[in-house]
Design a protein around this ligand. Sequence first.
Ligand code: NAD
Length: 358
Amino acid sequence: MSIFNHHEFNHHEQISFFNCDETGLKAIIAVHNTNLGPALGGCRMWAYESDEQALRDVLRLSQGMTYKAAITGLPLGGGKSVIIGDAKKIKTPELMRSMGKAVETFNGRYIVAEDVGTTVEDMNFIHSQTKHVVGFSRDGEGSGDPSPTTALGVYTGLKAAVRHRLHRSDVKGARIAVQGLGNVGYNLCKLLAKDGAQLFVTDLHADRIDHAVKEFGATAVDSDDIYSQNVDVFAPCALGAVLNDATIKMLKAKVVAGAANNQLAEARHGEMLRDQKILYAPDYLINAGGLINVYYEHRSRMTGKAYDRAEVVAHVQKIDETSESIFRLAEQEGIATSTAADRIAEQRFNAPAVSKAA
Ligand code: NAD
């Protein structure tokens, strides 16, 4: 298996492989970049078909975290970990504790959090071995469910895009299609409905749609029809790769702003949206509320400075200003907003002032 020539390898600082015969742990921790601070990122547990797939995932996801932390102005770098195996079959407290020992070997350069296949309970087991973990549930210490904070960030970025593209100062009366009514989508609908937006919603679970229809007066839409709704905004809050050759052609919305990670199927789809005069609010900026939240949780634990919800909200609200500067840069340079976001993030984490190599 090639590492330094791997397609997804991009200046990663450290990639460590862990094996524990006793507990069955097989894991990889990748630290992409720590120029701005310790690398924070979730621990994904997945039944990867090959070690190669696991490596690809951890390289790609850890790099994504560097961009997300940098664009959000957090003093954090990017990292991620993967545990190879089916969480339903092989996960035990012992295995998670041995993952905690693996995290501890980084001595704080990597901070772990929940991700797909891991839970708050797992973070508690990890916490028995290392303090470099966020999102665990020790009484009163954790910052709780990150989804409402993520939704607040998406709402902030969505409103910035509506102001920029549609010249509207609020979303009152705006027609907004929301794909996915899970933890974030539901909380986003709540904020938008309060402001008087007209919602068009879909989900794979009929009960979630019914709930939104009753609670927010939303219009129910079949999942295949969500892209072609005659709306002002499309808010993808379900899966990644939903902006692709087929779906972008269907969009009537002038703004795309949602919570889902990796919404663009390929980087070129950012250009395709621009060609269609659709303003895309970059996903990794506007869905960063959860990361902002856990950063403040971690800081409070490390420094003793109290976790202050008002400070978290003020930081999340900066997504407005950052979105606006990305939209402006994209216009000035004639580039996609996704490219503009990458440029700003790269400038921040590669700046000589922050580079340890400088
Ligand atoms: P969730 O699992 O609670 O909700 C996802 C919802 O999407 C579910 O209700 C599911 O039924 C629905 N769905 C799945 N496929 C669909 C489809 N094809 N059409 C319509 N609906 C579909 O997840 P979440 O925590 O709300 O996160 C939503 C997205 O935001 C994910 O992509 C996640 O990675 C991303 N995200 C979440 C957070 C967070 O704080 N929870 C932070 C950053 C990014």
